[in-house]
Design a protein around this ligand. Sequence first.
Ligand code: BGC
Length: 460
Amino acid sequence: MTSEPGRVTGFVLVVAAIAAVAGILFGFDTGVISGAILFINEEFSLTSVMTEVAVSSVLMGAILGALFGGPLSDRVGRRTSILAASVIFIAGTLVVVLSPIFSIFIIGRILIGIAIGVASFVAPLYISEIAPESIRGALVSLNQLLITVGILIAYGVNYSFAAAGNWRAMFLAGVIPGTVLLVGMFLMPRSPRWLMFMNRPAEAATVLKKIRGTADVSDELGEIEKSVRTEGAGTLSDLVAPGVRLPLLLGLGLAVLQQATGINTVIYYAPTIFQFAGLAEATASIAATVGIGVVNVLVTLIAIRLVDRAGRRPLLLWSLAGMGIAMLLLGAGFALENSGAGGAAVSLGQVTAVSLIIYVAAFALGLGPIFWLLIAEIYPLSVRGLAMSLATVTNWAANFLIAATFLSLVDLIGESGVFLLYAVVALLAWFFVFKLVPETKGLSLEQIEAYFRSRGRPGG
Ligand code: BGC
């Protein structure tokens, strides 16, 4: 029997699905705070600055986690890093749930953030290293699917415990996916590519045989070995080596653009945006927000079906075009309303609902899943953990900045100004992708590495 690197087995699907549970932790904690914060405010009598700290501490933790997670995932391995992240996540959640005073609550939130920061990129990284190339896009994007499911679960949990005002129970629900990830990953194999990188070829072969369901894995093993031999162990200075410079720029650029096009102002502030648009009733705003969460999940499912067929580039370009148009529509709606010309055939509330749905659908089709996918596939093995962690730190830092400045920006340039600004960023992002992002569908990680190495060569 010959080696079949592209072979899809049931086992590899299970491995990817378990690792993707990390996405639930990410999404759940993104969503749960919005419901819990009202009651936390009450219990600890928070000032507005303290409220901001309560909300953003998880993002600060995530920046830290993403920073240290890179060297960690290269040194102790991808699987061990995910295990460590799930332990820290469960511990942080219990600290939050049991916190008697506000400062202990904040410590718990930072711990949760650290765990999410690590898991947010090590899970896609691990999946990309075990996946057969023919379905790598779909398997890595399972992580994004579970992020969107996590956000939706959080909305449901918030809703269920809101009447009782039980914010501790809201957070406690996170222990369930945390435990599934811990136990599940414990049973999963190590990444064969990391094993080769650590010079453990016999173990790498055993894992590859199991996940490919074949006894002969010599071709794939040979490919990985070749790339380890060419690269050697990576250091910080290797990040600017000729074959790494372009992927580094791509990862950092897409990290900023994924956030600077405004996704989390929609995810975090949708009810507020609906209220700006005149939807006074809280229940209507919340129903509309749940609608956005459902669209996010459903369209991510479509992206998973398309990403290995249509490819990464077309999906990204369509995604950015849709996001830009939706923001343009939203900005124009607010501008018309403010100039007094609105109120004709459709209301601003309707324009807002339609544009936010188009916007989130467009994000879910491309920029959402494909940012995490690309940064898991464009770096050479020797610096993969390190480079991916830098892109992830940048993503979380941009997330923090955009979320923290949204309301003040609205005060400064008005709703229409902010949404039009996001439309301009989407246009810039379109050109960035059009000029720089190569198609990686169907290529092995080693072929992608070779592509960037040849582009880095003079005249390449
Ligand atoms: C982004 C998150 C965002 C989520 C929404 C992810 O890809 O990185 O910042 O909240 O998508 O679905």
